[in-house]
Each structure stands twice: as C-alpha cells, then as structure tokens.
Ligand binder design. Sequence first.
Ligand code: FES
Length: 78
Amino acid sequence: MEIKVCVGSACHLKGSYDVIGEIQNYIKTNHLEKEIQLKASFCLGQCTKDVSIMIDNEIDSATKENVIEKIKKRVVNV
Ligand code: FES
C-alpha cells in the first residue's frame, strides 16, 4: 500500500510532519516496511480539510490522532 502525505504549505501548517511521524512510528513498530510505502506529496487540492493524505490513490484527510485508525481501516491484514 502506498501512503502519501501532503506537505504543501496549508497542510504543513496543520501538522503534516506530525502525521508523517505517526505513520513512521507505526511502520517501525509493526515492521511494515515492505507493506507500506510512505511518500510526501505536494498539494492534493484539499487545503481546507485536515492534513491531506492519499492511501492507494484515494484522497482523505487526517490528523496525527486519527491517521493510524484510518490506515488500519483500509487494510485488513496490516
Ligand atoms: S496544501 Fe495539502 S492539500 Fe493543499
């Protein structure tokens, strides 16, 4: 699965790097380096929501508090 986190200016101000940090921790703790590719992305066109994320080409938005839940919901075996 590929996860992109927007690091455009609006999302950056809302805490992109905290969201990225959460995902990195999650990957590390659960040894999911092979299953999850984490990438940064430019503006995804949804600047008014929380930090924009894209999971396997599906746009969503998240905060550091709920991002892991959102990832888990999409992947049954991870
Ligand atoms: S800056 Fe993230 S969606 Fe625009």
